[in-house]
Design a protein around this ligand. Structure first.
Ligand code: NAP
Length: 496
């Protein structure tokens, strides 16, 4: 309904930087009047002082979402779809500025920032189309005079809480299915990267998302728990969709149990990447480079443990080390940058702790293994560690940085056992050219996602999510809308 009439508006980067909360279609300060600084991880310079929200702001957002819900729920699916299509078009139109904003607050090189914009936008387009395909069922008649059917309805208000590593894609792929289903949304992005999410609100408003249907508040890390607490307790919020760490996911599940909300939890990973001796080693190196070094290794699906069969271990290590040593580390403003700064000081400290622990336990740095202090406080050299073993911290925890530990294995059973020896189960990868092995190993790996001779696995058309302590439910694909819908059974009697 809107697409044909709205001229696609292109914004300057400065016009996309907002520092207030977006509630009920308006930009408002936090009730406390407090603010916190958002900084550029490349330089430490302050980009903006944004609202530091708390309980009252979360409540105001829920009130607005509750008021907006009946009309949005009752809007024709094709009208909700039209708004989402328009939002998608505006995101694409502003991809350069949004990509620069992502680079600025998150640190990833511009090409990756822009790539994230297009990736996030693809979910908006996908769910715009899915909005018009929310079918129910007519149940075959069981008794004369009685008809039964099942229809799908939006669950209600959805609270979306997102991490810093993909400031646009993570929130877009929650808001889009929620709005498509007819839900209204309250959201909170991460402390480090609220600006891209706030910029999305400008475009959503421009696209015709009605006041109150989409609300976003920012909060400092110190206030994150207080800001979200109201949503956990408020019975009007019917669903929490969260992407982030496993401990916070468990906390949200526990604390929201009082009002028995639906939950989608996209949590931490500890992805194995297995290279069998029958693999195409060049393809395996290329796949590992693509999946490991995206966003400087700060992705939930990036390989954290690389298992290489003994007979090809040295050859694979040499091929990989050559590629890793050639990666260009630089601020996002450098057009040749392939790896930017890590998100903050805590992230670099964790990487350093993992690498030092591995070296203490006998690992050898084939390249890297140190900070790049000459570039700034948050830079770490892309690193390959040989002789990794299960007693090292990096074998059981996400390092979330540009570090590849190479573990050695002798046979398939040993590799699968090691790969599954973790409480997590998000992504996994293996390289092999043996059809029977491919069939076997893909069934045996305990993970929500398996990349087979492929390192780039994400797509809006595919179900994304984990098993075990990596969470539950799926984002994207035809399954991604189900979590925002509840099924209502209608039973009509006394018919002729
Ligand atoms: P995080 O610390 O769990 O934070 C995620 C979000 O939760 C942020 O908005 C954060 O706010 C908020 N938060 C933190 N503590 C909270 C609390 N007690 N109550 C309410 N909200 C709270 O995770 P992160 O460090 O930002 O992100 C990295 C993690 O996300 C990794 O484990 C990664 O694997 C995971 N991840 C998973 C997926 C997936 O699809 N499975 C995708 C991307 C990332 P603050 O920023 O203010 O702390």
């Amino acid at each position: 309904m809107f697409m044909e009439t709205i001229m696609m508006k292109r914004f300057e980067l400065s016009e996309l930087i907002r520092s207030d909360n977006f509630i009920d279609g308006k930009w408002v300060t936090a009730a406390s009047g407090k603010r916190f600084a958002v900084t550029d991880p490349a330089t430490g310079k302050v980009i903006a002082q944004v609202a530091d929200s708390g309980y009252a702001d979360a409540r105001a957002a829920t009130d607005a979402a509750a008021r907006a819900f009946p009309a949005w729920r009752d809007a024709l699916p094709k009208d909700r779809a039209a708004v989402l299509h328009c939002w998608h078009a505006l995101i694409v139109e502003n991809a350069d500025a949004l990509g620069r904003l992502i680079s600025l607050e998150q640190g990833k090189p511009f090409a990756e920032g822009r790539g994230e914009v297009m990736y996030g936008a693809s979910y908006v387009a996908w769910f715009a189309e899915e909005a018009t395909r929310i079918y129910g069922d007519i149940i075959p008649q069981q008794q004369r005079g009685k008809r039964m059917s099942a229809i799908k309805e939006p669950v209600g208000i959805v609270a979306a809480i997102t991490p810093w590593n993909f400031p646009l894609a993570m929130i877009a792929r929650k808001i889009a299915p929620a709005l498509a289903a007819g839900c209204t949304v309250v959201g909170k992005p991460a402390e480090d990267t609220p600006l891209t999410a706030l910029a999305l609100m400008i475009l959503a408003h421009e696209a015709g998302v009605p006041a109150g249907a989409l609300n976003l508040i920012s909060a400092s890390r110190e206030n994150a728990q207080a800001a979200v607490a109201d949503w956990l307790e408020d019975g009007r919020v019917r669903k929490i969709t969260f992407t982030g760490s496993t401990p916070v996911g468990k906390y949200l599940a526990r604390e929201s149990a009082g009002t028995l909300k639906k939950l989608s939890l996209e949590l931490g990973g500890n992805a194995p990447f297995i290279v069998f001796d029958d693999a195409d080693l060049d393809a395996a190196v290329a796949g590992l480079m693509a999946s490991k070094f995206r966003n400087g290794g700060q992705t939930c699906v990036c390989p954290n443990r690389v298992y290489v069969q003994s007979s090809v271990y040295d050859r694979f290590a040499a091929l990989l080390t050559k590629r890793v040593a050639a990666l260009k580390v630089a601020p996002a403003t450098d057009p040749e940058a392939q790896i930017g700064p890590m998100i903050n000081a805590r992230a670099v400290e964790k990487i350093e702790r993992h690498v030092n622990d591995a070296i203490r336990h006998g690992a050898r740095a084939l390249t890297g293994g140190k900070r790049l202090s000459e570039l700034g406080a948050n830079y770490y050299a892309p690193t390959v560690l040989a002789d990794a073993t299960p007693d090292m911290q990096l074998s059981c925890e996400e390092t979330f940085g540009p570090v590849v530990p190479l573990f050695r294995f002798n046979d398939e059973a040993q590799a699968v056992r090691a790969a599954n020896d973790t409480p997590f189960g998000l992504a996994s990868y293996f390289y092999s050219q043996d059809a029977r092995r491919i069939d076997r190993v893909s069934r045996l790996l305990e993970a929500g996602i398996v990349g087979i001779n492929e390192g780039a696995i994400s797509s809006e058309a595919a179900p994304f999510g984990g098993v075990k302590e990596s969470g539950y439910e799926r984002e994207g694909s035809k399954y991604g809308l189900d979590d925002y819908l509840s099924i209502k059974y209608l039973c009509q009697g006394n018919l002729a």
